[in-house]
Write a protein that binds this ligand. Sequence first.
Ligand code: PMP
Length: 284
Amino acid sequence: MSRISYINGSYVHHYKAYVHIEDRGNQFADGVYEVIPVRQSNLIDFKPHLDRLNRNLKKLKIKFNYSGKALYFIFNRLIYLNKIKNGIIYLQISRGTAQRDHAFPEYIEPNFFITARNKKINNKLIEEGVSVITTKDLRWKRCDIKTISLLPNVLAKQEAIDKNAFEALLIGSDEIINEGSSSNFWIVKGNKIFTGPLSAKVLPGIVREVLINIINKEKIDFIEEKFTLQEAIDSNEAMITNSSTVITPVVKINDKVIGNGMPGPITIKLHQLIEKNIIEQIVK
Ligand code: PMP
């Protein structure tokens, strides 16, 4: 089966999907992206992803005129054409193609493309948890915008992989854990769940948003508060969240064991609740 992607209005063979060399995404990382989960061939949390995309386009003054309805249709078509069961949709929108110049033209057509791929659900992650490392947060001062400028994130993740860890937590100059290289970070102390408040140092993750809604609905103790590496090491449970793996328990930080070294009861409970929320979105 040949893989099909979508680029600037056309469905094309994946290996024939190109942008121009003077695409501003390519030259300046002048663009935004989204990763939307697919479960049992259904889009999950489409609306909050679309809302975040629109907020980010506005922040970068990129004028993209596809409606949410059109995107929903294209995403579903790609799910069908590529026979996606469980996986992800990746959408990238750059400002467009123009002669290289830092300032951008007033009238410019965005370049955008969408890819779809299957991704196996790895149950071992939730059953056993993962190890993470910490590294300096070298990113710019607007980490709240989901731009394709990801070099510090890429280097941090590679550092984690080179050290046999799953993720790198990014530590600010104030010793606070801001988030992971591609995830939000949470800890549990006693019965209380903590994650850092939204700020320019944190990406407003969709799983973060959905999970906070669930936590509030279930009346579980929750505090949006900054915490340090030492506080995380001293916590009872820790976890990371993102759209590709939803909730992943963290059982070691820099080789220091968290709690009893196994995914804790609150993490497991949150995982069950968010999975229930996903199943409820799947059309029978
Ligand atoms: N923080 C960063 C830096 C990320 O790259 C991601 C994943 N895109 C997240 C948090 C989690 O966001 P989401 O839950 O929307 O996948």
